[in-house]
Design a protein around this ligand. Structure first.
Ligand code: GRF
Length: 225
């Protein structure tokens, strides 16, 4: 099986990137993580990846005069890595249209809310303040609208009356680490497809196998059954 080459963009601890790297160790996983790029040179995730022999690139956004200049360099770095798919994992930079469009249909992101609710920052506190009883995370295609691209998969967790933003974030992060590797595998193996018009389609047996994960009390969508 030929695996899809994946570059991961991070800005910090990189726990989602780690979950992708760990998942990709399985023989039948449809993707391999071939590079990790961070806009913060001291991101903990960079050294974690380098220690495992993965190519890492630090591109300090502060060293560039403009967003356009930074994104142009990022594009070059990506061309060097030659990924089939770019996976954003806690990459805290808004991207220019040029960059987004260059990777249209091939760049994905994980966001810690059930989109389209709570796009943007501070999602956990906003979910608590809104009084929602279910929160979660979403893997979606990156489009020009921040957190607005077609949804590929979601996982849900309960919100408790005693929750703080930190507690909720911990509960969601645990399912992020389950959801992102699953969705990347399904996307890389074309079991989830996106048409030119942005419509998402799943292979039938995936949609028939949405399931409850007893470990996290979470509904994982989609699931490999
Ligand atoms: C995650 O909650 C992710 O959904 C959000 O930023 C956080 C990054 O965490 N976009 P990590 O760097 O993957 O640990």
């Amino acid at each position: 099986m030929s695996r899809k080459r994946v570059a991961v963009l991070i800005s910090g601890r990189g726990s989602n990137m780690q979950a992708l790297v760990e998942a990709a160790r399985a023989e039948d996983y449809a993707a391999e993580i071939v590079g990790v790029i961070s806009n913060r040179p001291n991101a903990a995730g960079l050294s974690w990846a380098a220690d495992r022999g993965i190519q890492t690139i630090a591109l300090d956004h502060k060293a560039f005069p403009s967003r356009e200049a930074f994104d142009a360099e990022l594009r070059k770095a990506l061309v060097g890595i030659q990924p089939d798919i770019v996976a954003c994992a806690g990459f805290m930079r808004r991207m220019t249209s040029d960059l987004v469009n260059a990777w249209a249909g091939r760049m994905i992101n994980i966001h810690p809310s059930l989109l389209p609710m709570f796009k943007g920052l501070n999602t956990h506190q906003r979910a608590i303040d809104a009084g929602v009883r279910i929160a979660g995370c979403t893997v979606h295609l990156v489009s020009e609208e921040v957190d607005g691209g077609p949804i590929l998969g979601q996982a849900a967790v309960p919100v408790k009356t005693t929750d703080t933003a930190d507690l909720l974030s911990e509960r969601i992060l645990a399912v992020e680490h389950q959801l992102y590797p699953k969705v990347l595998h399904l996307f890389a193996s074309a079991q989830i497809k996106v048409t030119e018009r942005g419509t998402v389609t799943f292979e039938a047996d995936i949609e028939d196998n949405f399931r409850i994960s007893s470990q996290f009390n979470a509904l994982i969508v989609p699931s490999t059954g």
